[in-house]
Ligand binder design. Structure first.
Ligand code: SME
Length: 158
């Protein structure tokens, strides 16, 4: 079993055992941060219910505190992923004009939207201290993690 397969099995077990989405997001952030050596900041941003204009609010996270606790949809890589409903992978954050800096050490980033009932409700954001840390396999894995959170929201609520 590769490390990715091992961690995937642990994440699937967490999804089974977590009573609600909040529990799953907390445990998932902790596990990904601890086990995936290049995932140096792992966190969820969730759309604030009813906010106009819409805003992403920092939820469960592991890693250093970030100055970006509220992100409008027209800002950052986070805003781009939530407004487009598409995964965004940035191999070199300094080359991306959308990037909002969270830590000077961050070199690459992936942001994957979380869908519930067909709508974007938030996203899973991961930063790495390594350039181009997120391969196609990582992308598929992180999308799987985000999908599990969306499913948990649908079946068990926040
Ligand atoms: N880099 C993100 C902001 C969030 S911090 O990385 C935790 C962005 O550009 O939207």
């Amino acid at each position: 079993m590769t490390r990715l397969e091992e961690v995937r099995a642990e994440i699937n077990a967490l999804a089974q055992s977590s009573p609600a989405a909040e529990d799953l997001m907390r445990a998932m952030a902790k596990l990904l941060h601890h086990k995936m050596l290049k995932y140096n900041w792992v966190g969820f941003y969730m759309l604030e219910p009813g906010a106009q204009p819409p805003v992403l609010v920092l939820g469960a996270f592991e890693g250093a505190m970030t100055p970006h606790t509220r992100i409008p949809l027209n800002q950052g890589i986070c805003g781009a992923a939530a407004s487009s409903g598409q995964t965004v992978v940035v191999d070199d954050v300094l080359q991306d004009s959308r990037y909002l800096a969270c830590s000077l050490e961050t070199k690459s980033e992936i942001v994957v939207p979380v869908f519930s009932q067909g709508r974007v409700v938030g996203e899973l954001d991961i930063d790495s201290h390594f350039p181009a840390a997120f391969t196609v396999q990582d992308q598929e894995f992180v999308q799987h993690c985000a999908m599990l959170v969306g499913k948990k929201l649908e079946t068990a609520g926040a």
